[in-house]
Design a protein. Structure first.
Length: 412
């Protein structure tokens, strides 16, 4: 697309612009009773989490990266009352509020200034904030009535990588796997559709409707022709095939290979980028625990086939597959925790493989994963460490917390 607002053709091109969300009150609104439903293993301390996120953003800006905040974009589009009402109608409908209950909630929302409304959407709405004239059954009986929130908070929203994935000149707006995160991609949909920064200036590869699960942490742009996508706890094979068909036939797409990598389906390894990242032209980090005892993975390369069908090529060796699809003679694969089974497991839990490349050979990563950090430095990488005592409790690192909007092209 001409005048495109998105330009992401690699994992490693110099990062120019990135989408962030600063963790707010929504993190404070996790309780021990709701942790599992909110997809958390602990309750982060919001004040420190926000300070750590500010340090992350400052590190990005120090290296010339424009930091764009989702919450500001949402506030911008809410200046248009028609857009605001359309969003709130969809937001409430997806929470099963219609009729009189929706009317009461809409009335409450319209009492808030745009900035306060955005903060409330993220923080959630407690029962004592809204007086329903005609309560529904779930307001007075059952487990829902015991929940202090009538609209849940969105504590995972600081992981901006997942609700959408920007690649080439477009993006996928994702059908999130769990209810706790589904409103995040509704926010993405409205920003892309209505914010002047993006409206009419991007290609949409796949929308959030349907039942095909897809999350951005599983979508990696290995080159301007090759994607890697995780078959994971959060992304289904159906969504990968659907996306591949679109990319292979859309005239605005240059992608002609999708590498589907199956990883264990659990919370510690929820996305491909939590166990594998590209950090230089020929350098990668990987958690060895995703492989079997023979060092093998279930990998399938999808390519355009005859008569509009997909061609599948099965592989089991990750390193060999990367050399094949990227036309490399040699690659350097660094194992999380230097491959030590205890260190690797500990640092993987704290996203030791979830590195954000801001340029070829330059990465941002959590300081707590000191063995992996030292290993990357020994392999010639420039590593910028960020604070991680509270942010890491959400099970996501620097790549998870960032959605590149633009990267500079790579030198041929």
């Amino acid at each position: 697309m001409e005048n495109n607002a998105i330009q992401v053709n690699s994992e490693i091109g110099r990062l120019q612009s990135v989408l962030l969300h600063r963790p707010g009150q929504e993190v404070e609104n996790i309780t021990p009773q709701t942790m599992e439903r909110m997809l958390f293993d602990d309750v982060p301390y919001q004040k420190i989490a926000a300070a750590e996120h500010d340090y992350f953003a400052q590190t990005l800006r120090k290296h010339g990266v424009e930091t764009v905040y989702v919450e500001q974009l949402l506030e911008d589009i809410f200046q248009d009352e028609q857009v605001l009402d359309a969003f709130l109608t969809d937001y409430l409908r997806e929470h099963y509020y219609t009729g009189a209950a929706a009317h009461d909630l809409m009335t409450y929302f319209h009492t808030l200034a745009p900035a306060d409304l955005v903060a409330t959407i993220y923080a959630g709405v407690r029962r004592n904030q809204v007086s329903f004239k005609r309560p529904s059954l779930h307001d007075v009986a059952g487990s829902d009535a015991a929940n202090p929130f009538i609209l849940d908070p969105l504590p995972n929203a600081y992981f901006t990588r997942d609700p959408q994935a920007m690649m080439g000149t477009g993006l996928t707006i994702n059908r999130m796997s769990f209810a706790a995160r589904q409103p995040e991609s509704l926010i993405s949909q409205y920003i892309i559709q209505y914010h002047p920064r993006f409206a009419g200036k991007v290609d949409l590869w796949q929308g959030r409707t349907g039942d095909a699960r897809l999350e951005g942490g599983d979508e990696l742009v290995l080159s301007d022709h090759v994607l890697a996508i995780g078959v994971s706890q959060r992304t289904s094979t159906r969504s990968i095939e659907k996306l591949a068909r679109e990319l292979f036939t859309n005239p605005h797409s240059h992608f002609d290979r999708v590498v589907a990598v199956e990883i264990p389906h659990n919370h510690a390894m929820m996305h491909l980028d939590t166990v594998f990242t590209m950090v230089n032209y020929d350098q990668f980090t990987v958690y060895p625990g995703i492989m079997n005892e023979a060092g093998e993975l279930n990998i399938n390369i999808l390519e355009p086939g005859a008569h509009g069908e997909l061609r599948l090529l099965h592989r089991t060796d990750l390193a060999a597959t990367l050399k094949e699809v990227l036309d490399l003679s040699e690659i350097d694969v660094m194992e999380t925790g230097n491959g030590d089974p205890v260190v690797a497991a500990r640092e993987q839990w704290n996203d030791g493989s979830n590195n954000l490349a801001i340029a070829p050979g330059e990465v941002i990563t959590y300081d707590r994963n000191h063995v992996s950090v030292e290993l990357m430095r020994q392999h010639g990488l420039q590593v910028y460490e960020i604070h991680s005592s509270e942010l890491s409790r959400g099970r996501g690192g620097a790549r998870c917390m960032s959605q590149p909007i633009r990267r500079a092209p790579l030198a041929n």
